[in-house]
Design a protein around this ligand. Structure first.
Ligand SMILES: *Cc1c(COP(=O)(O)O)cnc(C)c1O
Length: 460
């Protein structure tokens, strides 16, 4: 039997081979071409593989019959066909806005597999979630007051919980560190009196049955993530001891597993995370608690690739620059915070074949009109020439699905790919490329006269 590490290496190799095939097929089939200078590609087999690995890792750790819901964090890849694919793979959805909830519903994800976590839920959103029977994690005391008013006397259909912040500290990236002392999410457990307040809040509300913590995202080390879950477990034990019954019946441990953006290595895997969790808090897996997870990036990042044509290859001040059609509009975080969010770039030729030849130091620039619009700076790659393609790897989460409309650059088309059964690659449209007419429409095109016909105050 193949060992675990060998299995991961093989999977990574197969993933790269699928990606190379897809880029070549996209060029050949005209998905990339004169009218489509940038596209997003999604590896359907890879997405299925990650979803299966997540389920297998937790299923192997809990007694049979333990309820485990893997609610995909919709914000990572807010695309309806992706949510539908994940639903078919046995996952649910974690949503944080009316838009994300609507996407999950459009994908057919049932209410009982949906969790609402937004930090700024309005009364209308809370009312809708309760009417639908969607699980809600309250963020703070004021939100709990709102739930009190909505729940009334009848037992709510929705499982209701409270988000806590174990305040364990941050990881390598401040913007994705949710468990610092002053993070904006949940009730800070280490603040004076907060823990007692939380216990009392549960004792006063028999319908409050869940605890939720999401200890951070990219850059959070595995032990810190596991400690967040362990603290949540310990708090549940304390509440249940005080209540004298199993009031807290489900623990939502959030998402946050990091992706290695510097290499193809897949570590840490879900199986490794489960092992660390089981060491930190064995009771999590003894079947007394249902579990909810909310992974986003670790499920999807590897399976997306932005491919952009090199429009021009030039040099300035001795530096080679490939000017491509992928920049800040599809890789916003990388362009604005390149140290925190570096991306690997792969070079392909005009026909979409992996580019061979001598490597040179070059900048891979985007199409936007500011000099910082760089996908990669001073990167050593096979020399990109006019008509070649540059691919930004691992962009299936928080990248091309999160369009940023700088320079009114249109949203690229997104296509899923899979083997076609006869040795080739089949593509399916996940999101149509945005047309220029649509850019005009969403930029107030229907209101062209609005300002010139607006009368000055007091005029008649
Ligand atoms: C963003 C977020 C997630 C997903 O985080 P990943 O790092 O993408 O796994 C899960 N839960 C909550 C509450 C979030 O805000």
């Amino acid at each position: 039997m193949e060992g675990r590490a060998a299995g991961e290496v093989r999977q990574a190799r197969e993933r790269v081979a699928r990606r190379d095939e897809a880029v070549r097929a996209a060029a050949e089939q005209g998905l990339l071409g004169p009218d489509a200078a940038v596209v997003g590609l999604l590896d359907v087999s890879g997405i299925r593989e990650s979803a299966a690995a997540l389920r297998a890792a937790f299923d192997a750790a809990v007694p049979p019959g333990t309820p485990v819901l893997h609610a995909f964090a919709v914000k990572a890849t807010p695309l309806v066909p992706v949510l539908r694919l994940l639903r078919e793979a046995g996952l649910g959805a974690e949503v944080a806005s009316p838009g994300e909830l609507a996407l999950a519903r459009a994908a057919g994800i049932p209410a009982e597999r949906t969790v609402l976590d937004a930090p700024a839920k309005t009364p209308a959103e809370l009312r809708e979630a309760l009417a639908l029977g969607i699980a809600v994690n309250a963020d703070n005391p004021q939100e709990l007051d709102r739930l009190d008013a909505l729940v009334g006397r009848a037992a709510p259909r929705s499982p209701l919980g409270l988000r806590v912040n174990p305040q364990l500290g941050g990881g390598a990236i401040r913007a994705t560190s949710t468990a610092t002392a002053t993070a904006k999410f949940g009730v800070g457990l280490r603040d004076e009196g907060a823990r007692d307040w939380v216990v009392r809040a549960f004792l006063e509300r028999p319908w409050l049955t869940r605890l939720h913590a999401h200890t951070g995202s990219q850059g959070i080390p595995l032990p810190l993530l596991a400690r967040g879950a362990a603290e949540t477990y310990a708090l549940a034990e304390e509440i249940n001891a005080r209540a004298g019954r199993r009031q807290v019946d489900t623990l939502d441990i959030g998402g946050g597993l990091s992706v290695d953006f510097a290499s193809e290595a897949s570590a840490p895997t879900y199986a490794q995370y489960v092992r660390v969790l089981a060491e930190e808090a064995p009771g999590l897996f003894d079947g007394r608690y249902g579990l909810v997870t909310e992974f986003g990036r670790s499920l999807m990042a590897r399976h997306g690739t932005v491919v952009a044509r090199v429009e021009y290859a030039k040099s300035a001040g001795g530096r080679r620059i490939a000017v491509t059609h992928a920049g800040v509009q599809v890789a916003t975080r990388t362009v604005y915070a390149p140290e925190a969010w570096p991306l690997r770039i792969a070079a392909y030729d005009a026909k979409g074949r992996p580019k061979q030849g001598p490597e040179v130091v070059q900048d891979v620039a985007g199409p936007a009109c500011f000099s910082g619009d760089l996908l990669a700076e001073g990167r050593t790659l096979p020399e990109l020439e006019q008509g070649d393609h540059a691919a930004a790897l691992d962009t299936g989460a928080y990248y091309f699905a999160h369009h940023y409309a700088y320079n009114s650059l249109a949203r690229p088309g997104i296509y899923g790919f899979a083997p076609d059964g006869s040795g080739g690659i089949a593509f399916a449209t996940v999101r149509e490329p945005q047309t220029v007419a649509e850019v005009v429409a969403e930029s107030g095109g229907a209101h062209a006269d609005a300002l010139t016909t607006l009368r000055a105050p007091g005029s008649r």
